[in-house]
Design a protein around this ligand. Structure first.
Ligand code: ADP
Ligand code: MG
Length: 531
């Protein structure tokens, strides 16, 4: 009970305590799960999302659905956080993690109704989780061929993209992943650039072994391609600062002004000859280049590209081995990078610079397709595929897909549950039920009776082991590894840990304090004002 003092302190606060808090929290989690439930699996349905500006996006990617959702309830936000973490760490399994988390809470609610204390439920969930991690160890298999990696990637993106594009995106992602170290999220973004081109059909999408950026050379009379050369990457420009110019003009007279112009020229000459003495072939700068330096640069044979954004400067530095230097004055030969070749190419009237590094690092996905929405979809799917491809690591990274891993774990838990005393047994069974949601929803989404399916699957697995399961495209019971329905172990383990941790953190809450919102203008009024 709260004391009168506490009541006074909390007078501007709405308060929900005990089981009412759990009820509210579980409901919020289930509402989020309901929003993405129908997207799970290869036969998942699409959602049409319309943002405030009326932009329409059709997707069956759970993470994308939640990304655009406007959610108020703190527990709903926590559930979405879990899926964001899943996306960041494992790149796949976002819908799976949310569905399991919500079911864990639904079952916890049932268990608490039958008298189980939330701490006991949380404890039992934790033990069930540990048992699952041990079991996963015994069913996971090693990669035996390149084909296995392709299977993992295609199971991950299979349902997100038109089947005609599946093989292409899969191949491009595997190709791109070769230049990235395992588990290097920075590398995924920096070493593989994505560029959307308006020309061509989506099937013309290609991966080029070069860093490509939308840029035209500073001096059009210079060659538009070249061979191996040194590159200087400068986080500044080839300019004489205006401030210096203005300060000296205060004591202006014609002679002084001329003197200044000469000094400025001298300075530019000094900078260009410094670059020439270092043997720089290409100069890439973040800021501008003084027009006056053009003829000097031409004479020195230095081709220039300006106005690079920070990210492209970073990419260029990473792929050529150049160090990003603050200014030309302090540039030394050890700061320079090298490229094997470079060229400028025009596509639909836009100039693109291609730089091929001598280390083989750096690729660019040139996405083509008729509409921006289509190109975005290709990029999103490619991102997922690449994310999964670079995460294939470890000695046994493969698990059966199609819900078979979850069904196997649920059966194992039910067998083990009998070893637990009294009510803890119920909680372990509740955990098992939550895992079974995945094969259940996969069956539902492909138009089958979930109970029949689960029983059939369970019987088949008891007879032939955990690697048997349903191929939802043909509806046959198959040996999943032979036809390549494979989930990445990292994805499964992370979904399981995220869902368990999320559920436990909600179970520990028995008091929700909401600050009372001032009865002021509703939000939509502000929006209207802005319009
Ligand atoms: P998530 O956001 O959790 O990754 P998905 O919609 O991508 O959700 O669905 C993933 C599930 O679909 C995985 O369990 C995966 O094994 C399963 N799956 C993918 N392709 C098939 C298939 N052809 N047959 C059966 N299950 C499949
Ligand atoms: Mg997926």
């Amino acid at each position: 009970m709260s004391s009168p003092d506490e009541d006074l302190t909390l007078q501007d606060t709405d308060r929900v305590t005990g089981r009412a808090a759990l009820v509210g929290n579980a409901r919020a989690a289930l509402a989020v799960a309901a929003a993405v439930r129908s997207t799970l699996g290869p036969k998942g349905m699409d959602k049409m999302l319309i943002d405030q500006n009326g932009e329409v996006l059709i997707t069956n990617d759970g993470a994308t659905v939640l990304d655009t959702a406007k959610v108020e309830h703190p527990t709903a936000k926590l559930v979405i956080e879990t899926s964001i973490t899943q996306d960041r760490v494992a790149r796949d399994g976002t819908t799976t993690s949310i569905l399991i988390l919500a079911e864990l809470l639904r079952n916890a609610l049932e268990l608490s109704r039958s008298g189980l204390h939330p701490t006991i439920i949380a404890d039992s969930y934790r033990s069930a989780y540990s048992m699952c991690m041990k079991e996963i160890d015994s069913i996971a298999r090693p990669i035996t061929s390149d084909e296995d990696v392709r299977y993992i990637v295609s199971t991950c993106i299979g349902q997100k993209i038109d089947s005609s594009m599946l093989d292409l995106v899969c191949m491009l992602a595997l190709d791109a992943s070769e230049s990235i170290e395992v588990n290097d999220p920075e590398g995924e973004r920096i070493l593989v650039k994505r560029i959307s081109l308006e020309e061509g059909a989506v099937t013309d999408t290609e991966l080029v072994s070069a860093f490509v950026t939308r840029k035209q050379r500073f001096d059009k009379s210079m060659p538009n391609h070249g061979g191996s050369c040194s590159i200087a990457v400068i986080d500044g420009g080839l300019e004489v600062p205006e401030l210096e110019f203005d300060a000296e003009l205060e004591i202006s007279s014609l002679g002084v002004r001329e003197g200044f112009t000469q000094r400025k020229r001298k300075k530019l000459e000094g900078l260009v000859s410094h670059l020439e003495s270092l043997g720089v072939g290409i100069l890439a700068v973040r800021d501008g280049i003084d027009e006056e330096a053009q003829s000097m640069l031409r004479k020195a044979g230095i081709n220039c590209f300006r106005r690079f954004d920070k990210e492209d400067l970073n990419r260029l530095s990473q792929i050529t081995g150049a160090m990003i230097v603050r200014s030309i004055e302090v540039t030394e030969s050890t700061h320079l990078g090298r490229c094997d070749s470079w060229k400028e190419r025009k596509v639909s009237g836009v100039h693109y610079l291609h730089v091929v590094s001598n280390s083989g690092r750096g690729k660019t996905l040139l996405v083509r397709g008729s509409t921006p929405a289509l190109r975005d979809e290709v990029v999103r799917t490619f991102d997922d595929a690449l994310g999964v491809a670079v995460r294939v690591s470890g000695t046994a990274p493969m698990l059966p897909g199609g819900g078979s891993t979850w069904s196997h774990l649920a059966r194992m838990l039910r067998n083990e549950a009998s070893k637990y005393a009294g009510k803890r047994q119920l909680a372990v069974e509740g955990f098992a039920d939550a895992l079974e949601t995945i094969p259940r929803v996969l069956a539902q989404n492909s138009g089958h009776d979930p109970i029949d399916r689960i029983l059939e699957l369970s019987a088949a697995q008891t007879k032939d082991g955990p690697w048997v399961g349903f191929d939802l495209m043909t509806d046959n019971l198959v040996s999943l590894d032979s036809i390549g329905i494979i989930d990445l172990r990292l994805v499964v383990e992370n979904a399981l840990s995220g869902a368990t941790e999320g559920a436990i953190s909600v179970l520990r809450i028995d008091d929700v304090l909401w600050a009372k919102v001032e009865p002021g203008e509703p939000d939509w009024n502000q929006d209207e004002d802005e319009d």
